[in-house]
Every structure is written in structure tokens, then in C-alpha cells.
Design a protein around this ligand. Structure first.
Ligand SMILES: NC(=O)c1ccc[n+]([C@@H]2O[C@H](COP(=O)([O-])OP(=O)(O)OC[C@H]3O[C@@H](n4cnc5c(N)ncnc54)[C@H](OP(=O)(O)O)[C@@H]3O)[C@@H](O)[C@H]2O)c1
Length: 398
């Protein structure tokens, strides 16, 4: 942590505390922030913020005094005040491509660490182009995708790599299975991202040109194809989400991933009809999102603040299997937990902020991934918080 942040009023400020995921994150902090942690809530509506604080006081009466900061993404001075009051800012205000940029700018300028829940590649590439250099200069660590996107994959691959030999070419493939439904915020972010595929591809190209590639090491994504994969006993569909991008970024930053590293990312389902339904449904939404009236109709289907009920969340689960191989060794690992979209996402986001605020971490700055900025320290926190990371087998057949 740089000198710039030593005198801050708060260790952590949570922006978006009035939203669906923000409220879950606030409740997680209320139960799990260490004694003496100084944290506060921020949002645009003081009345709604006060109501969230009252809920938190039901968990711990001392939280009745929690600080409340009023800030709106359309008011840069209010975001500057948030960034300058905190050592770490958490934001759940999405879609990030619409609402996110000004807060990243404020944190980069103020040397404030930043975590969010985005799964939007265009947003992350844009903030790299606009704010990475400023954050490197100020010492701020800008860590995107600290939820189900992309922590299980980023830290799961790191966990797998750590169980394979050093200094040799490595290949890892991830297969995710999950159940659960989504909130309005996630739905709006996905439809918005589907409607901007061309802009997204252009921003990715600009980033590639600006960022360059590590010299003397080779990092690549495995080409995806739909197939029945005997090794995991199910259909594997390539998943061009932000997750493989984050994994490959960590591989470029960390020597431990070896001289040649390849990663393949898949969604895994048991039967062909489910695979066809998932692929068809996604393509259908992508198609509709291209047509403005259809897109507006889709967006109006869900209202901000809505999300799955506690009963539905209690039944939801996720499991990611990784097959790792290199230097004559194989390993099968697994990362698993409960409700991926919300319960576990709030946990991952809050633990990321606590990790940046309180753990002894390698010196990093600028836009960094969870594996690069926090790595094993965050993995240990998540294990302690009930997310399982384990070795399933030391080889596989086929
Ligand atoms: N990657 C993952 O694994 C994952 C999982 C869950 C969620 N997410 C992402 O997290 C984000 C939030 O989702 P959600 O379902 O929690 O959304 P939500 O319930 O709609 O909450 C949105 C929040 O943003 C605030 N907000 C909107 N406009 C604002 C403005 N102009 N200034 C300040 N605050 C503003 C809202 O404040 P008000 O209450 O005042 O309206 C609310 O607190 C989405 O982008 C979603 O994709 C990602």
C-alpha cells in the first residue's frame, strides 16, 4: 500500500450497496470484516443507503454508525471524494460499460485500490487503455472480475499450475458446470455486451497493440469446439467469456505458468439436448440484442434490484474441473461452491477487498488480475470462507 492511502478515512468503501449484489456484499462484510476494519457504504440515494445500514445494524448493532457517502456516477467530484476517502473501493454499479469508467478514473488518480464484478471484456480493455498507466504511476491496483467472473477460473488455474512441474510447457483446460438464475444487473450487463460485439472487438485490438506480449514466453488460448469429452463425461462447449482472457493475462504476468502456456475454457453439460438448448438460447439473445427495439424489449423484462430469492440461491451450485498437464505429469483439480451468481460472488468480491486491504501481497499496480495481485492469499481466504479448492486425481484416462 502506497503512502498516498495511509491517512484515508476508510479501509473499504462499498459503492452500489443499494443494489442486489451490493446489499449481499454489505451483509457479507457485516459478518466477516475483521474487528477494527473501517468501512462505509456509498450510493446515489441517501434514503436507500440508510435503509441498507439499518438492515446491517440487525446483524451487528455497532453498524448503525456506519459511514454513508452520497455519490453518483454522473458526478465526477462525488466519485473523487469516494476514491480519496478509501484505501480500497468495491463497486457493484453496473452495467460497467455504461456506469463504470469514471470511478476507475478516480481510483487510478487517487492511488486507491479498486475491485469490481464486471464480466464485460470491452469495459476491461477500455479501462486498460485509459487508466492503466495512471494507476501504475499512482500505485493503485485495479482488479476487475472479482466475482464468479473470473475468480474460480483465475485462481483455479493458478492452483492447478502450482501442482505441475516448474519451467516446462503447461496446458490447462477448464470445464464449468453451474446452476442458478441471474439478477437484473447481470441480465442488463449481458444484453448490453451482446449488443456491442463490434465495439468490443475493436477495443480488444487496440489493447493488443498497446499492451504488447511477454518476450521469450508463449501464452495462448486453445481453439474451442463443441464435442463430447470422455475425460469429464459430458458435452463441452467453448465459452468465449471474459474468463479465458483473464487466465491468459495472469499467465503472461506470472513466470510460474512456464515458457509455453495454453488454456481452453469450456461450459460442460451432461446431454446433447441441453448443449443445443444452451448454444441456441445464447445465439438467440445475441441476435435479438443487435436490433434496437428487440434489445429495449429484452432490457425492460427485468428491473434493477431484482434477483433470485434466498430459497433459489440456497439450491444453486457451481463446480469447475481443471485438467492440467506438463513435464510428464497430469493433475485433475476442482473448484466448487454454492450459489455462483450472488452468494459466492458477494463472498469473492468482499474477500478480494479484504485481501487487498489487509494481506501482505506482492507489489503490483495498474490493471492486474486476481491471480497476479492476490494469488494464494485470496485462495486461502476463499477456502476459509467455504469455497473448495482440491486435487481430485493425479491423472486421467484418454
Ligand atoms: N461477474 C459476476 O459474477 C457477477 C455476479 C453478479 C453481478 N454482477 C454484476 O454486478 C452488477 C450489479 O448487479 P446487480 O444485480 O446487483 O444490479 P442492481 O441490483 O441493478 O444494482 C445496481 C446498483 O447500481 C446503482 N446505480 C445505478 N445507477 C447509478 C448511478 N448513476 N450512480 C450511482 N449508483 C448507481 C444502483 O443504485 P440505486 O439503488 O440507487 O438505483 C444499485 O445500487 C452488474 O453489472 C452485474 O453484471 C456480476
Amino acid at each position: 500500500m502506497g503512502d498516498m492511502t495511509e491517512e484515508r478515512a476508510y479501509d473499504i468503501v462499498l459503492f452500489g450497496a443499494t443494489g442486489f449484489t451490493g446489499a449481499l456484499t454489505a451483509a457479507y462484510l457485516a459478518r466477516h470484516a475483521p474487528a477494527g476494519a473501517r468501512w462505509a457504504l456509498a450510493g446515489r440515494n441517501p434514503r436507500k443507503l440508510a435503509a441498507v445500514r439499518e438492515e446491517l445494524a440487525g446483524i451487528d448493532p455497532a453498524l448503525g454508525d456506519l459511514g454513508l457517502l452520497t455519490a453518483d456516477v454522473t458526478d465526477p467530484a462525488s466519485l473523487r471524494a469516494v476514491a480519496e476517502s478509501a484505501r480500497v473501493v468495491i463497486t457493484t454499479v453496473g452495467p460497467y460499460i455504461t456506469h463504470g469508467d469514471a470511478l476507475v478514473a478516480a481510483c487510478a488518480a487517487a492511488g486507491t485500490d479498486y475491485v469490481d464484478l464486471t464480466g464485460e471484456p470491452e469495459f476491461v480493455d477500455r479501462t486498460y487503455l485509459r487508466h492503466h498507466a495512471t494507476a501504475v504511476a499512482s500505485g493503485a491496483r485495479l482488479v476487475h472480475a472479482c466475482g464468479f467472473d473470473s475468480i474460480p477460473y483465475d485462481l483455479g488455474v493458478l492452483y492447478t499450475v502450482n501442482r505441475l512441474p516448474v519451467g516446462v510447457p503447461l496446458t490447462v483446460e477448464g470445464f464449468v458446470r453451474a446452476s442458478g438464475t441471474f439478477s437484473a444487473g447481470t441480465y442488463h450487463s449481458a444484453i448490453t455486451a451482446f449488443s456491442r460485439l463490434r465495439e468490443s472487438a475493436r477495443t480488444a485490438r487496440e489493447r493488443r497493440a498497446a499492451e504488447g506480449r511477454p518476450t521469450g514466453r508463449w501464452v495462448r488460448g486453445l481453439p474451442g469446439r463443441a464435442r463430447f469429452d470422455r475425460r469429464v463425461g459430458g458435452w463441452a462447449l467453448p465459452a468465449p467469456t471474459i474468463d479465458p482472457q483473464v487466465v491468459l493475462r495472469s499467465a503472461r504476468a506470472l513466470e510460474r505458468y512456464g515458457p509455453e502456456f495454453a488454456y481452453g475454457h469450456n461450459i460442460s453439460v451432461r446431454t446433447l439436448p441441453v448443449a443445443l438448448g444452451l448454444a441456441g438460447g445464447t445465439l438467440g439473445l445475441v441476435g435479438l440484442a443487435q436490433v434496437p427495439p428487440a434489445r429495449d424489449w429484452l432490457l425492460a423484462r427485468k428491473t434493477s434490484g431484482e434477483g433470485p430469492t434466498p430459497e433459489l440461491r440456497a439450491k444453486a451450485w457451481f463446480k469447475v474441473i481443471f485438467l492440467g498437464e506438463g513435464g510428464g505429469r497430469r493433475v485433475v483439480t476442482e473448484v466448487a461452491g454454492g450459489d455462483p451468481g450472488y452468494g459466492e460472488t458477494a463472498k469473492m468480491l468482499a474477500e478480494s477487498a479484504l485481501c487487498l486491504a489487509f494481506d501482505d501481497l506482492p507489489a503490483t499496480s495498474g490493471q492486474v488480475t486476481t491471480a497476479t495481485a492476490m494469488g494464494d492469499a485470496l485462495t486461502w481466504r476463499l477456502i476459509a470462507a467455504g469455497i473448495s479448492f482440491r486435487v481430485r486425481a493425479d491423472t486421467w484416462e484418454g
